[in-house]
Design a protein around this ligand. Structure first.
Ligand SMILES: [Zn+2]
Length: 679
């Protein structure tokens, strides 16, 4: 996972407070067509007919943001005619000054957010109510309003107008780096969302984050129906990441692995169905028998009420918060459009078509047969997480845990080792030190994540969950993933030629590098363990994990499509819809591979609760990772990563073409899978 509050995200960020009547009306009071024409004609007269297109675009975009509160019709005309800069040299000077100021604003607000969230995000002891209030407070929420009030937003809109995705795809082909940076400048003021609405979104997401971060299953308190304890006393697993990772780890346990896996999937179904007893969540005081759903206290069965659909209430809170944003973004009036055409810069239809095409591949059934043969049994639903193709399953957990706990007793030990790790990946001593000194390792309260810096001079943060006994292998594996994010965050902020181009096209591109790092975790530990068939196994693994993550991505997308067509839904109705959607996706694509229908497993992902519509990015991450890995073969890893990630935030398809010479496509995976399957 990766958190980065970009300046543009910060000011667009949103929640569930009711929108005041007068704010709603603001969207209707725009300058008249007559005023727009007067401004355009006057500017064309001043700067010449050759400038007519940029002038039209700038004035019209400014008018789309200008409300009666910003000034009268004549004030609008005066503003346009006086603030427009026709001379290229002066305009570039303006661009550079704006960049510097925005870097400072975005960078400092990012730092404030990090500070205000530190007790919620970091393992800093007891959480007080005050910590939760601060974590939900967005200090930058009024920034957007301020930038309109002092007319800075209009200066940007007039001189660096917004190009939508279609225009970027069409016209961007002829742009140089500076023109791309100017287009990104224009991306900052696309719409006007009132501060109370953005505060509402921030609060809903923060509440959902806390709900998930505290959702641990106390595995030592679980019993089979016969009263057998399968898991260690002190084992506490966060939903869904740790539960899923335990299922993965249990493949190595030839004795009790299958029994453990079955129990975990049973627990997941209780979480999805919300018939999990509320008392057993994050509470070791009760004994729980998941199969019969019995709860015991002092050896006596007690009655417990189920969790009251809180899981789905969190999704609804996010939805209502986003609904409040919708009217303020006419070009992208649903979260679905904002996430895909907006943030991801890939239309949702293109995403669904790519997923559908891949999931229908008949090759996946053959991969399923290989797994079934390797396991010596029919496939179980949770085998969507089969990871026996990975090199790490060759090593027992105890050996790996022993290695990592000894090497990394605390976060600082990991931080200290980063230059060494980068050196193993090919970076020179100087370059490794340059990158590593810009990354700080912190102890996470919830699951690990990477939080980038917002300006040069600041560090990115690698957050890792670490026990007092040291970093176990699971934690290490995730930490290496986050480390990949931090390296991307550092290169694309510090080494991109324009600050406005800092970052990556979308989160999938940072996930790609995180996975590229994660797949080298054993090498970084000094282990090899890759047999000569490992290359083939990697392709089988990539194809299988891509199937799983595309499935959960589709459930997330379909859930939000359902929400927008059922805006009045209750938590109970949403729950039933999500369960049906997850079964439908399962039946459409997975049932043929697994030989079992109507499974709800794809609804377990926590991202659906705390990071709405983020999951599709993982599939793109894996596809892009595969394309990059394919391209890296025989080349110097560190040089290519530096070159590719210095590109910064182009649009996805252009970035990919410059990186590896082709557009984003799952075809290379299918092609390589075919080669493996004929063997
Ligand atoms: Zn990640």
């Amino acid at each position: 996972m990766r958190y980065l509050i970009l300046f543009s995200v910060l000011i667009l960020a949103a929640c569930n407070t009711t929108v005041k009547k007068e704010s709603m009306n603001m969207t209707n009071l725009r300058p008249t067509e007559n005023s727009i024409k007067i401004a355009i004609d006057s500017l064309v007269k001043k700067h010449g007919a050759s400038m007519v297109l940029p002038i039209q675009k700038g004035v019209r975009h400014t008018a789309s943001l200008w409300t009666a509160n910003d000034g009268s019709e004549s004030e609008f005309i005066n503003f346009c005619t006086s603030a427009y800069i026709g001379d290229a040299k002066s305009k570039f000077l303006l661009f550079e000054k704006l960049s510097t100021y925005f870097e400072s604003l975005g960078g400092h607000f990012n730092k404030i957010t990090l500070d205000l969230r530190q007790n919620v995000d970091l393992n800093n002891g007891e959480l007080l109510e005050i910590d939760k209030i601060f974590s939900g407070y967005a200090a930058g929420a009024h920034l957007q309003d301020d930038l309109y009030l002092n007319k800075i937003a209009f200066v940007v809109a007039l001189n660096f107008p917004y190009y939508n995705l279609e225009e970027k795809e069409r016209e961007g082909k002829a742009w140089n780096r500076a023109q791309w940076a100017e287009a990104r400048m224009g991306d900052q003021f696309i719409s006007r969302v009132p501060a109370e609405v953005t505060q509402g979104v921030a609060k809903a997401e923060a509440d959902a984050d806390i709900y998930i971060a505290e959702y641990n299953i106390r595995m030592g308190s679980l019993r089979t129906e016969e009263g057998t304890q399968l898991f260690p006393d002190n084992m506490s697993l966060l939903t869904h990441w740790n539960l899923r990772d335990e299922i993965k780890a249990d493949y190595a346990d030839k004795d009790k692995g299958l029994v453990k896996q079955k129990m975990i999937y049973n627990i997941m179904q209780h979480i999805i169905n919300q018939d999990i007893p509320a008392k057993v969540i994050n509470n070791p005081a009760y004994i729980w028998k998941p199969y019969s759903n019995q709860v015991l206290e002092n050896n006596a069965t007690i009655t417990c009420s189920p969790e009251p659909n809180s899981r789905y209430r969190q999704i609804l809170n996010n939805f209502h918060a986003q609904q409040a944003v919708d009217p303020f973004v006419p070009e992208m009036n649903t979260l679905i459009k904002r996430k895909f055409s907006g943030e991801m810069e890939i239309p949702v239809e293109e995403v669904e078509a790519l997923f559908d095409g891949y999931l229908k591949s008949p090759q996946l059934t053959k991969v399923g047969q290989i797994i079934s043969k390797r396991l010596g049994r029919n496939l179980e639903t949770f085998d969507i997480w089969y990871d026996g193709f990975k090199a790490r399953s060759e090593y027992p957990q105890e050996q790996l845990n022993g290695l990592t706990t000894q090497k990394y007793p605390d976060p600082k030990a990991f931080e200290k080792d980063m230059p060494e790790m980068l050196g193993k990946l090919g970076w020179s001593k100087e370059r490794a030190a340059y990158l590593a000194e810009k990354i700080q390792v912190d102890p996470a309260r919830g699951s690990g994540h990477a939080w980038g810096a917002g300006m040069k001079g600041e560090k990115s943060h690698l957050r890792t969950r670490i026990a007092s006994s040291g970093m176990d292998y699971k934690g290490y594996n995730i930490a290496v993933h986050e480390f990949g994010h931090n390296v991307e965050q550092t290169i694309s902020l510090y080494d991109a030629d324009y600050f406005m181009l800092n970052g990556v096209p979308n989160t999938a591109f940072t996930e790609a590098l995180a996975f590229v790092f994660q797949s080298r975790d054993l090498n970084l530990l000094g282990l090899t363990g890759q047999s000569k068939d490992q290359k083939d196994l990697n392709i089988l693994d990539a194809s299988w994990t891509l199937m799983e993550i595309m499935g959960v991505g589709l459930v997330d997308i379909n859930t939000w499509q359902w929400l927008y067509s059922h805006p009045e839904a209750t938590p109970e109705e949403l729950k039933n819809a999500v369960i049906q959607i997850s079964k439908d996706v399962w039946n459409n694509y997975f049932a043929a591979v697994f030989g079992v229908r109507d499974q709800p497993i794809l609804a377990i992902y926590s991202h659906m609760i705390s990071n709405p519509l983020y999951l599709a990015a993982y599939s793109y991450g894996q596809i892009i990772e595969f394309q990059i890995e394919d391209y890296l073969k025989g080349k110097r890893f560190s040089d290519e990563i530096d070159r590719i990630y210095k590109q910064g935030r182009l649009i996805p398809q252009d970035w990919m073409k410059h990186a590896v010479g082709n557009k984003i496509s799952a075809d290379p995976i299918i092609k390589q899978l075919d080669e493996v399957l004929v063997k």
